[in-house]
Design a binder for this molecule. Structure first.
Ligand code: SAH
Length: 252
């Protein structure tokens, strides 16, 4: 029996945002590997072995998935959103790159998913309608000084900036510092969106400004979008305004 690994993004929440290809891989899998919050989102089956683990040590999880596949299992490795965006896909290739040569002949495929940034953008209108970037605010795997540099330069270059992992219980202060850096580069009127639990029953989307955004309202389920200078709101009464960034830009 020949095993495989499918690295599957589950989307930001609802099943409607799980791709058909991902759904098929989950149905064909014999083993499910991932952070337990994500493995719990996959319907239990008698013929599916679930290897849910705590957050962290993605490399160990990736090696485990590879060794199961080497022994003939069909393994779905799950991430939230898209597995390639701050998810398990890169950890899989770190494990293969560092591992024995035999791993290179394994059948490993990454399946695309809907990342949080795209889901949040769609809910708002079109905030990513011009050039944008995504920054992971967690300094678990990179120095905080690099994050500060990237924030400042992305703001200087007028990108729309999506901030993943903006805060957690262990890192409550970094989003305060991030806003301070952004406020040095952009006016207080810059559009800021706090998109919490997008697509889930407890979804909350707040459109505010860089001057008024409250970093204390941001948690690990929040995606922050900081608009470019051209990002605009279309007010519509008591409904959340539409937020969009026009496709055009004029010479500075
Ligand atoms: N691979 C995931 C991102 C993992 S990093 C993806 O592609 O979406 C985890 C961060 O993603 C969270 O801290 C949050 O910033 C963002 N996120 C994930 N799901 C979200 C959702 N439903 N609503 C808002 N933000 C979300």
């Amino acid at each position: 029996m020949s095993g495989w690994v499918r690295v599957v993004g589950l989307g930001p929440g609802p099943d409607a945002w799980l791709t058909e290809e991902a759904r098929r891989a989950l149905a064909d899998a014999t083993d499910l590997v991932g952070y337990h919050v994500y493995t719990n989102r996959v319907a239990a089956r008698n013929d599916l072995r679930v290897h849910g683990s705590d957050n962290g040590d993605e490399l160990a999880r990736a090696r485990h998935a590879l060794s199961l596949a080497e022994a003939g299992a069909r393994v779905a490795v799950v991430s939230g959103g898209d597995a390639g965006v701050f998810g398990m896909a890169a950890a899989m290739f770190e494990a293969i790159d560092d591992g024995p040569a035999a791993l290179r002949s394994l059948d490993v495929t990454v399946l695309p998913g809907v990342t949080a940034m795209l889901a949040a953008a769609a809910r708002l209108g079109a905030p990513l309608g011009n050039d944008f970037c995504a920054i992971n605010l967690s300094d678990n795997l990179k120095p905080w000084s690099i994050i500060e540099k990237r924030l400042a330069l992305a703001a200087q270059a007028d990108f729309v900036i999506a901030l993943y992992n903006p805060a957690s219980k262990a890192r409550p202060q970094q989003i305060h510092r991030a806003f301070a850096i952004l406020r040095e580069q952009r006016t207080g009127a810059a559009v800021v969106v706090l998109a919490k639990a997008v697509g889930r029953p407890d979804q909350e989307i707040l459109v505010t400004t860089l001057g008024e955004a409250d970093p204390n309202a941001i948690d690990m389920r929040t995606l922050v979008i900081v608009g470019a200078p051209t990002t605009r709101c279309i007010e519509r009464g008591t409904n959340t305004p539409w937020v969009y960034t026009p496709r055009w830009l004029s010479e500075p």
